[in-house]
Design a binder for this molecule. Structure first.
Ligand code: UDX
Length: 450
């Protein structure tokens, strides 16, 4: 099929590249000249494991091409994906202007091209209930093109987006016509392993499914984060609870890892949007209010624990923060717990030295010279009074901890992601404070600062 992708940001680029990989002919439109140049040179402007390699293959074979011109892209297209941003406005409602602008531009181009075929416009962006219907009515009033609108929310996770896209748990399609569903079924055919994974519903149900799924996942994490308080109080281990609860098939093991709070471009935004969607429907959604409160409390609780257990005044103390990205395998720092933790420590007068494998440049833009930036975690820890881990990069688990303990001012680690091994901490003489797990309080006393 000929596919056009409007907006080659994270979602658009992953979707377009994967559709090219399963045999569609894809034209991606990118308006930002810098990003377009990078794509036309065959370079992926974002970091996502496996994406560059897949792009190389499909770009070289001509299966995917990039342009700045909507008309070029939609000339032969049977389906057009709208993958533009739907950022929150200051009042929390969603800014629809990019989506409407892109939709209108597509329709104007189709009208100008005198296209006689029905074109399916697919909304990938996360949008509140009612948006696809509004967009359809808007396009019908504003343009002469022959189009139908489909809602097709994406469920990609950063770091595994390519795999998620090529092996979807389910494909959700919201629409109003059997013709639209048939078109979508054909588009995704190679990815549909079982018929029941292709779910068709009306626009509003598809739109709400996305918000409900992300809110549910955020709720599961927040529930476990809240449980860390009880675990720490009563001496229980959240990891044992996770296994005990997760092995109940009605609960399942996924998204029950406790930590110092979730972040990213989706959970915080979508849970907040759910609050506004609820308000617009005339009620206060107590559940999503609680999720947000628990998450911000958990980030603060982690930072407060550092201050309480440090064994010296926080003012003037040096804290090495390991991990800046909102999770491992991404350079994305949006709503990362590290932002809140670093801000809290700086406000208390601490000296912060930070390290990350991918997210350092983005964080530098935020904190500039308020923070010392370190090229590796061992250097960041040398001379520090404590290490605080805010991202579970697997590389942190295999570091030379004996050497790190010897070079730190005090061998003290706060593990906000429960990613280190307690035995390794004990054997190397660390005081170790995970989240909701019994700490390792070594008999080897903290070295006294001289
Ligand atoms: C999420 C959804 O998973 C995805 O379906 C949607 O399309 C976009 O939002 P993403 O934001 O990429 O994906 O990352 P995800 O892996 O879901 O993690 C989000 C946050 O939750 C991270 O900060 C992560 O550290 C945290 N998390 C995740 C936990 O704290 N515990 C867990 O058990 C899982």
């Amino acid at each position: 099929m000929d596919v056009a992708i409007i907006g080659c940001g994270y979602v658009g680029l992953v979707t377009g590249t994967c559709l090219a990989a399963i045999g569609h002919t894809v034209k991606g439109v990118e308006k930002d000249p810098r990003k377009l140049k990078s794509l036309q040179d065959g370079h992926c402007p974002i970091f996502e494991p496996g994406l560059q390699e897949l792009l190389n293959e499909n770009y070289a074979s001509g299966q995917i091409q990039f342009t700045g011109n909507v008309k070029d892209a939609v000339r032969d297209a049977e389906v057009v994906f709208l993958c533009v941003g739907t950022p929150p406005k200051p009042d929390g409602t969603v800014d629809m202007s990019y989506l409407e602008g892109a939709g209108k531009e597509v329709c104007d181009a189709l009208a100008e091209l005198k296209s006689e075929y029905l074109v399916t416009i697919i909304v990938k962006s996360t949008v509140p209930a009612g948006t696809n219907r509004k967009l359809y009515n808007f396009l019908r009033e504003q343009t002469k093109a022959y189009v139908q609108v489909v809602s097709n929310p994406e469920f990609l996770k950063e770091g595994t987006a390519v795999q998620d896209c090529l092996n979807p748990d389910r494909i959700v399609v919201g629409g109003e016509s059997p013709e639209a569903f048939r078109m979508m079924r054909r588009l995704y055919d190679p990815l549909i392993k079982r018929e029941e994974n292709f779910l068709t519903m009306n626009w509003e149900s598809a739109e709400l499914t996305k918000y409900a799924a992300n809110s549910m996942l955020a709720a599961r994490i927040s529930f476990m984060n809240e449980m860390t308080i009880l675990c720490e109080h009563y001496g229980a281990d959240i990891e044992d609870l996770r296994k005990g609860m997760g092995s109940d098939t009605r609960i399942g093991p996924a998204f029950l890892r406790a930590g110092c709070g979730y972040g990213g471009s989706c959970f915080p935004k979508d849970v907040a949007a759910m609050e506004h969607i609820s308000k617009a429907a005339g009620y206060t959604n107590l559940f999503v209010d609680a999720i947000q409160t628990v998450n911000s409390n958990q980030k603060r609780r982690f930072a407060e624990k550092i201050v309480q257990k440090l064994g010296r005044p926080i003012e003037g103390a040096t804290i090495a923060v390991w991990g800046l990205a909102f999770k491992a395998d991404t350079d994305d720092i949006r709503e990362s717990a590290a932002i809140d933790v670093i801000r809290y420590l700086l406000d208390k007068g601490a000296i912060v030295r930070a390290h990350d494998y991918k997210g350092m440049e983005h964080m530098k833009a935020l904190f500039k010279d308020e923070v010392e930036w370190c090229g590796d975690p061992v250097t960041a820890a040398a001379g520090a009074d404590a290490v605080a881990i805010t991202t579970d990069w697997p590389q942190y688990t295999t570091l030379p901890f004996r050497k790190i303990a010897a070079t730190m001012n005090t061998p003290l680690i706060f593990d906000g992601r429960n990613c280190l091994h307690r035995d390794v901490m004990r054997e190397n003489g660390f005081q170790y404070y995970p989240m909701g797990r019994p700490p390792v309080e070594n008999k080897l006393r903290l070295k006294q600062k001289v």
